[in-house]
Design a protein around this ligand. Structure first.
Ligand SMILES: NC(=O)c1ccc[n+]([C@@H]2O[C@H](COP(=O)([O-])OP(=O)(O)OC[C@H]3O[C@@H](n4cnc5c(N)ncnc54)[C@H](OP(=O)(O)O)[C@@H]3O)[C@@H](O)[C@H]2O)c1
Length: 289
């Protein structure tokens, strides 16, 4: 690791349960090293019943910044001093900044998704996007896309969650958004007129990397397919989408961007995005072994 911990080192970290397989420590420590910053990043395995005590500890230990992951993204909101508007709309925080004991929450999953699209030269305005999923990450992505004027069709295994997401988005944005039950017929109908497909479910994630949320014959060159699953780095969905002639973007991209935007909030500095991407990719390679 070669981190020179000393009396002035600032601490950041990740709170979740589990955290053992996270690539965030590798990604952030590589970024700190690349910029010569006196910061360190640690994983904190925090159980649900200990979350309030752990957040109090952030103030007590003067921890500069946090990532919040499953299962704490919603509950953590109520333990902070403030959250920004996008995080409140989405209903989840994944980043906390500690300014002299005052804790502010943000959602860089949403911002990170948009930054990733920008890096790939994709403008959401006026695009028809099919989003699979209505969990925490899907909500962040749907709000992000709606804020940029994309038209959304949301399909989720639990239809009520997709409908709730549509209702919340419609309250905040005037863009076209609707929910469909998750079945092949609806998927075929929605994908026919779509320009982009986003898998924001956990289908296809290790150890179930043989699974895919979409039948391959529904994919084609008219689509950009984004899979936010990053483990494995190339999911079955992306392999089949690529074969069908679609443009593909893997989950490592969003992962890197949400981390980069967190880094920027903690340090006030431009994140070394390529360093972070390489470190996250190398850490994922280790997990795939
Ligand atoms: N790349 C990134 O930066 C990034 C960031 C955040 C999350 N992620 C990844 O995104 C995925 C979702 O994370 P999350 O935080 O949104 O989790 P979550 O809140 O638990 O939501 C999980 C979603 O997947 C759906 N799902 C799970 N198993 C399914 C199955 N067998 N068939 C159909 N749908 C299924 C759920 O549907 P129901 O509502 O019916 O349960 C729900 O929509 C995970 O793989 C996570 O690692 C990636």
């Amino acid at each position: 690791m070669n981190l020179e911990i000393n009396g002035k080192t600032k601490l950041c970290g990740l709170m979740g349960d589990p955290v053992e397989h996270s690539v965030s420590p590798a990604m952030h420590n590589a970024a700190f090293r690349a910029l010569g910053l006196d910061y360190a990043y640690l994983p904190f395995h925090v159980r649900r019943e200990d979350l309030a005590t752990a957040i109090a500890g952030v103030r007590a230990f003067n921890i500069r910044g946090l990532n919040i992951t499953i299962p704490h993204k919603i509950e953590a909101m109520g333990l902070l001093d403030e959250t920004d508007r996008p995080a409140r709309q989405i209903g989840a925080v994944n980043v906390v900044v500690n300014d002299c004991g005052r804790l502010s929450g943000f959602n860089t999953d949403a911002e990170g998704f948009l930054s990733m699209l920008t890096e790939h030269g994709i403008e959401p305005q006026g695009k028809n996007v099919v989003v699979l999923g209505a969990g925490g990450a899907a909500r962040a992505i749907c709000f992000a896309l709606a804020s940029r004027g994309a038209a959304l069709t949301i399909l989720n295994r639990t239809a009520a969650r997709a409908r709730a997401c549509v209702k919340d988005i419609a309250k905040a944005f005037s863009t076209q958004v609707n929910a469909l039950d998750l079945n092949r017929e609806n998927m075929a109908y929605a994908l026919q007129k779509a320009g982009m497909l986003v898998n924001a479910t956990s289908v296809g994630m290790l150890p179930d990397s043989g699974a895919t949320p979409v039948d391959s014959d529904l994919l084609g060159p008219h689509l950009t397919v984004v899979d936010i699953v990053y483990n494995p780095r190339q999911s079955r969905l992306l392999k089949e989408a690529s074969k069908a002639g679609a443009k593909i973007i893997n989950g490592l991209e969003m992962l890197t961007w949400q981390g980069a935007l967190a880094f920027e909030r903690w340090t006030g500095l431009q994140p070394p995005i390529d360093v972070m991407r390489r470190a996250a990719s190398a850490a994922l390679r280790q997990h795939e072994k």
